[in-house]
Design a protein around this ligand. Sequence first.
Ligand SMILES: Cc1cc2nc3c(=O)[nH]c(=O)nc-3n(C[C@H](O)[C@H](O)[C@H](O)COP(=O)(O)OP(=O)(O)OC[C@H]3O[C@@H](n4cnc5c(N)ncnc54)[C@H](O)[C@@H]3O)c2cc1C
Length: 382
Amino acid sequence: MKPRTGQHIDIVLVGGGHAHVHVLDAFGRRPEPGVRLTLIARDPMTPYSGMLPGVVAGFYTRDEAHIDLAQLAAATGTRLIHGEAVGLDRTVKQIRLADGSSVSYDIASIDVGITPDLSSIRGTAEHGIAVKPIGEFLTKFDDLRARCREPDGPRRIAVIGGGAGGVELLLSLRTRLLAEAAADGRDGTAFSFALATDASILPTHNGRVQAVFRRVFAARGIELHEHRPVAALEPGKLRFDDGDVLHADAVLLTTKAAPPSWFAGTGLARDVGGFLAVGPTLQALNEPDIFASGDCAALTETPREKAGVYAVRAGPPLADNLRYCAQGEPTKPWRPQSRHLALISTGERYAVASRGWLKAEGAWLWRLKDWIDRRWMRRYQR
Ligand SMILES: Cc1cc2nc3c(=O)[nH]c(=O)nc-3n(C[C@H](O)[C@H](O)[C@H](O)COP(=O)(O)OP(=O)(O)OC[C@H]3O[C@@H](n4cnc5c(N)ncnc54)[C@H](O)[C@@H]3O)c2cc1C
């Protein structure tokens, strides 16, 4: 590749998602001659999704579950720009930022995650608490905890969304709120918890894993509403599409994902959902100088569910292909594995393993998950 400036090749990473933290680390360990690496990050502290339920349950501090991008950038010789990308102009090869400035690139890579799609449920903006982006959620969560301490604060808590994120979140939230009530000498039995989903819980997992969580919900007295789409949130309640009502003082949403709205104006190829369409080399289908990975990308040849594990696994092939692209060498295809081992916690130090038709459960699986997550974090926390 011929550098745009004539001096160096500018690789600009947009978003400090899971794949990009690996790129920083890889280029820090083995700098690429003639390349300047830049990271544009909206949130200088980026959360690691695998540990988020543990933060909610009170098992991890915020710092333990976040990567400090400023520190990582400094340690790896990466230029950090604290800002929010709002557009990309392919004709002049520039990323536009919310403050009106622009950043030029020779090669760009996008790993900015998703935004929640709240369009299918009325009243979510006024009465709901969106879990994504996770960085903003933890502040809302602290606010909810504080309100729950008030004598007339929320007691009926509901989560909409039955994927692993929603299930783990509700169970972890319950653990935390009940522990705090007990510690303050408040009446924990005043709390009630419910989960509503338009499908079955954990729809991408096998029936035995689903059965474990139905058992856990029943044992803890958590109301479970499966195959019941929610149509609207109203003050103090949610309304199902059949007109039935569930009373709830706080409603958290982990429903469908939507791509950031600025993707629409980039002219980059997108899938039907609006996510950036990439081939097996993680390059945009209509622009080889632009890469995308993580939840914001759609792997057109090997579609996978949106999960942190695939964002993590995309890191090494992305780093390699950014190097090849800068060197003018052919990039190499990546084929993500079709199944992965998911370790889903029950909100306590206990987890359920799920892979294909396999199911296992126990406290030892939580310890295994804890070990895997901490090992991953150690690599990027400088
Ligand atoms: C409650 C919950 C629990 C979950 N648990 C798990 C789990 O246990 N295992 C699992 O595999 N998955 C889990 N997930 C899913 C997981 O969160 C995502 O799949 C994962 O975070 C995707 O990583 P990513 O790199 O695509 O983006 P993200 O992790 O979302 O990172 C995107 C980054 O880009 C930055 N950014 C965003 N927009 C811009 C912009 N315009 N300009 C600059 N920077 C920007 C953000 O600040 C952020 O740092 C969970 C999700 C939820 C909601």
